[in-house]
Design a protein around this ligand. Sequence first.
Ligand code: PRP
Length: 213
Amino acid sequence: MIGLALPKGRLVARAVELLQRSGCDCGALRNGSRRLAFTMDGIRVTLVKPSDVAVYVEHGAADIGIVGKDVLLEDEPDVFELMDLRFGACRMVVAAPAGYVDDPSTVLRVASKYPRTAAGHFARRNRAAEVIPLHGSIELAPLVGLSDVIVDIVETGTTLRENGLEVVEEIAPLSARLIANRARYHFAREAIERLTAPWRRGAASGRPKEVEA
Ligand code: PRP
């Protein structure tokens, strides 16, 4: 039995497509039920908050999981990153109100759901920054004077545009990744390969690697 942690929300539909490619009957996942764990075709699927997928996998509560690269960059979990699934593509960026000009003599105030990623980015740039952690609606922060800029993910760019912000700098391209618990990958490698081999179509992969910061 393979334990698979899936992120609730945007990526579930694409995960269902992958499971169907592997021959799984995904009826239970598509019927709109509020159940968070079920078994189908020898897979124990758990539906968890997207930012928690890697926690379940790292602690062995799931053998593998599908997670955004944004979460891997932020949390640096101790897991294998097996495959770039190439969906959920978006970018981690610095954005600011249109026309914003940086004043390097001040400490930059940065609002973000990704405080470590944001702090790391400005540290690498030797730019003094105070990171203000938020949980959502990040684009609001510069509009109400809470921050000068934001570090956030941009997919279509609609949220930035509708709030008068623009991309100042790109930090990293992002997409969904297949991750595995390190010990379980060694013990259950064959079963994991059997399930996920059909997922390689269109995916970028290589040897399992440590999650890269
Ligand atoms: C994410 C992200 C941006 C938005 C980007 O927020 O934080 O706000 O999506 O998407 P877009 O470029 O297609 O407009 P999410 O929808 O997860 O909501 P949140 O504000 O609650 O974090």
